[in-house]
Ligand binder design. Structure first.
Ligand SMILES: [Zn+2]
Length: 238
């Protein structure tokens, strides 16, 4: 008997979206195997319970066992720091996380094995909307991103992990570190309008792109303000 919390129902087929479901048991499958066979990646459940007591994913089951499943706590601790790797479909989310100063790797032509290998090599949490990817055995750490569109997805990531924010310290294009530079160092690279209007500049250490305050306008100012508020409310913060 499996009792999935409603927050996990999105992973289940409609006929199984209920507070208690009965699944056949072959006498040998582990708890983790039963959970994933339902379509729920193990990254999306907190410590499960069996017959009311906390249990690990490798725990063997028995006929008639009652398994309780809840999502991980929010904010979910990140023992290795807030370092993420985003699936190829999450490019807009990647740029927004970088604007907020969150360490975010993204490469729009990585295939699935590349992503899994890179997450392990760089000890990054893989963020994706592909459940199959999250169920790969070799995956170091991952999380399913909820929501359609970058705004909802960003809200979900901030709510789930409450990463420390350092707005405007990273290059939105490449994740490189931004350093302040005097205007005279970049003046030749600027359009005449920008040269006239702005005085404070930063440059990406990795790709050389030049940023100036106000470059992204009010839309990104609002993004930063909303994010700082959301993470502050969740208990994390810069
Ligand atoms: Zn850059």
């Amino acid at each position: 008997m499996v009792r999935p919390a409603p927050a996990l129902w999105l992973f289940l087929p409609p006929r199984r979206r209920r507070t208690q479901i009965t699944v056949p048991y072959d006498g040998s499958a582990s708890l983790g195997h039963v959970v994933q066979s339902l379509g729920i990646p193990l990254t999306e459940v907190g410590p499960p319970s069996v017959d009311g007591a906390a249990a690990g994913a490798s725990r063997p089951l028995h006929q008639g066992a009652v398994v309780g499943l809840d999502p991980p706590p929010r904010p979910q601790p990140l023992p290795h720091g807030a370092r993420f790797l985003l699936d190829v479909h999450l490019g807009t989310l990647a740029r927004r996380l970088r604007v907020l100063g969150v360490d975010t790797s993204y490469d729009n032509d990585a295939d699935d094995p590349d992503l899994v290998a890179r997450a392990g090599r760089e000890q990054r949490v893989l963020l994706t909307q592909d459940r199959g990817l999250l169920m790969r055995r070799a995956l170091w750490a991952g999380a399913y991103v909820r929501g359609h569109g970058a705004t909802a997805q960003l809200a979900d990531v901030l709510d789930r992990f409450a990463p420390p924010l350092r707005p405007r310290t990273r290059c939105a294009a490449c994740n490189g570190e931004l350093v302040d530079v005097p205007k005279e160092q970049v003046v030749d690279l600027l359009e005449p309008g920008t040269r006239r209007r702005y005085e404070r500049f930063a440059r990406c250490r990795s790709c050389g792109r030049v940023y100036w305050h106000g470059a992204h306008g009010r839309r990104l100012d609002a993004l930063v303000a909303d994010a700082v508020r959301a993470v502050g409310a969740a208990g994390g913060g810069p």
